[in-house]
Ligand binder design. Structure first.
Ligand SMILES: Cc1cc2nc3c(=O)[nH]c(=O)nc-3n(C[C@H](O)[C@H](O)[C@H](O)COP(=O)(O)O)c2cc1C
Length: 329
């Protein structure tokens, strides 16, 4: 099936095949609005809004600003909004947050950890929305496929935040063998060339997180942003110590917290707790999440400028590949 046929209606009018990834403590309305205005999918985790009422306000604000932008820029491509929901027993807000998103008819829900239940999927489909589920391995992918999600976000090795260990080639290749729906690839994608590579592998869209932490609009401290500019892939540490689940973090932030990045202990899974809107908020604030793509990030421009560069790079990568002399006749 061609990419165009696989794309649901809400994803058919994008300036690039890109979903900006939701990031705890980083993706706030300013960044999300800038991403959507640049024509890609903008997203945030529901838990970034400290309480269900604030989530409701944010959804109203984002919709109003994007509607106004559409009216004043009738030729602009404006991307749809996605909201991330953590499906975990400790997330006591889940039910209420999902209902808020349904009331606002959020076009895309991104679910993480456990596969979403049929009731959520049916309610989102009823207004024409879609559900994408975030997975790090094929076992979780199969559960989400069985639950009836519209697409899978394949979080490969080297992704910022909670990441898997599988090569993107293995993950996309095996997922494509068993699933005809939408595939989105996540992990260290920071250039237009890499977006095209994701599509060459069999993914439909790229999922980009870390590149947007180093943007003007990101809700991250100046020290955090600067640490991305000075880090390379070798400075990204994979550990489960900070949240109970393995994730990728910036070496410098671990050192600043008084720990030895090369000798971190291990934590047990019971640490995971989203009860207080992410009780590990402090850990995430002090210990900075980032993917292995950091070595290719050298500045902190506006999100719009990042998307403009991605577009240029994507176009020139396509042109470059078209010149290759293979396959030989
Ligand atoms: C600081 C940070 C916070 C994140 N928070 C979340 C989150 O709340 N929910 C989620 O599903 N993914 C979260 N992620 C993972 C991203 O959505 C995405 O999978 C990842 O950033 C993509 O890899 P990249 O950063 O290498 O581009 C987070 C990533 C980072 C770097």
């Amino acid at each position: 099936m061609s990419v165009a046929r696989r794309l649901p209606a809400v994803l058919q009018n994008l300036s690039l095949p890109v979903i900006a990834a939701p990031m705890f403590t980083v993706s706030y309305p300013d960044l999300v609005i800038a991403q959507c205005k640049a024509g890609i999918v903008g997203s945030f985790p529901a838990l970034n809004a400290r309480g269900p009422e604030l989530l409701d306000q944010w959804l109203t604000q984002i919709k109003e600003e994007l509607d106004h932008y559409r009216r004043t820029h009738p030729d602009a491509v404006v991307g749809p909004l996605a909201v991330n929901q953590i499906v975990h027993t400790s997330n006591v807000r889940l039910e209420q947050d999902v209902q808020t998103c349904i009331r606002h008819q959020v076009p895309i829900l991104i679910t993480s950890l456990r596969a979403p239940v049929h009731e959520i999927i049916d309610a989102v489909h009823a207004y024409g929305g879609i559900i994408l589920h975030d997975v790090i391995n094929l076992r979780h992918a199969q559960k989400a496929i069985d639950a009836g999600v519209d697409g899978l976000i394949l979080v490969a090795a080297g992704a910022g935040g909670h990441a898997g260990l599988l090569s993107p080639m293995a993950l996309v290749g095996e997922a494509r063998k068993r699933f005809e729906g939408l595939l989105v690839l996540s992990g260290s994608i920071v250039t237009g060339d890499a977006i095209l590579a994701a599509q060459a592998m069999g993914a439909d869209l790229a999922y980009i997180g870390t590149r947007f932490i180093a943007s003007r609009e990101a809700h991250a401290s100046e020290e955090y942003k600067q640490s991305l500019l000075s880090s390379t892939a070798a400075d990204i540490i994979y550990s489960n110590l900070f949240s109970g689940v393995h994730g990728n973090y910036v070496r410098e932030s671990i050192r600043r917290a008084g720990l030895d990045p090369d000798n971190l202990g291990v934590a047990d899974k019971g640490l995971m707790n989203f009860g207080q809107g992410g009780s590990k908020a402090k850990a995430w604030k002090d210990i900075w999440g980032a993917g292995q793509g950091v070595g290719q990030i050298d500045d902190t421009p506006d999100a719009a400028e990042i998307v403009l560069r991605l577009k240029r790079e994507y176009a020139s990568a396509r042109a470059r590949l078209a010149q290759l002399p293979w396959p030989a006749k």
